[in-house]
Design a protein around this ligand. Sequence first.
Ligand code: PLP
Length: 381
Amino acid sequence: MIYLDNNATTRPQEAVAAAMTGYLREHWGNPSSAHALGRRPEGALVRAREQVAALLGCAPAELVFTSGGTEAITQVFRGVYETFPAKRHFIATAVEHSAVLAQLEWLRSQGAQVSLIGVDGAGRLDLGALQAALRPDTALVSVMTANNETGVRMPIEAVAPLVKAAGALLHTDAVQAAGKLSLDIKSLGADLLTLSAHKFHGPKGAGALFIRRGLRLKPLILGGHQERGRRGGTENVPAIVGMGVAAELAQDHLADMPRVLALRDHLEAALAARLPDLRVNGQGSERVPNTSLLSFPGLEGEAILLKLDAAGICVSTGSACTTGQREPSHVLRAMQVPADFARGTIRVSLSRETTAEEIEAVIEQLPRIIAELRTLGPMGR
Ligand code: PLP
């Protein structure tokens, strides 16, 4: 099995699973308990918060643990909406993940105004349009750090001063950047940042929200005093412990990214040499090192995916969240990728575990599969 769908989820590292097991089997106490059984889990939360804080270069107290990226993003939008009732304008890019797009829909349903900022054909943000959209009543600007389909890196460092000058807050969805890029919150300049552990070899069901010191948002989940009153409910200690270990390893393993980048670039160059009409979406833009969004005109991405799957190679047709929908993804539409190319798109996403042999196997299998599907003609769709 060759796993090249790491933007959907990553394999938890051995050290992550081992650390979590201890908090399921032995140290299963409630971290809020005053007795002996609560002390170890309480300490584990402190440690995990320090580990995740080190990944971002923030203070541990600036982090709130959540059940994942989607919850953290929901907290950002609902929290800002409820905390700043005088500001009813929101800005986001047209290529955000569905977790953000769903919040924009909700905002519209509440009567708030939303401005969507487009990207060019290579997936690059239109900074001028973003600047022009800022208004005195803009509450929040949401720009993802890296796109989950194309891997294109957004210019957060350039967006931050514009947003600050307009008196708005900046959120960046860094779910697809963690573990692939160094994420220093001070250089990014965002007020809010969201993470998901399962995208960087941690467990599912754990995420984190960075809230800049001094900013207080109304909580999404009301209940106990946990997370300093910012998120009620007994903490998912094993998952949070796993996230902490994964964050520490992610920082160490950034050193593997040049190798991953070389493998990704080799894959794209070798496929382009064999398939002249191949389109590499986002090529020419700064991208995270692991992601390759490939379009083969005249074919269906789903058909390519199924053939690769039969050959033991796991990829996706774009965002895992849009699998099953036959519409071309909103990201490719925003990039104005011709429909014929957009339909024939697959996403190959590597990780630090990907080997040169695995990439060679794809270089061998994929052109054969494309040729085979093409001989079937349009009926093969
Ligand atoms: N944001 C981006 C860019 C993502 O790729 C994903 C997951 O696919 C999410 C948010 C949602 O994260 P989670 O799966 O932890 O809810």
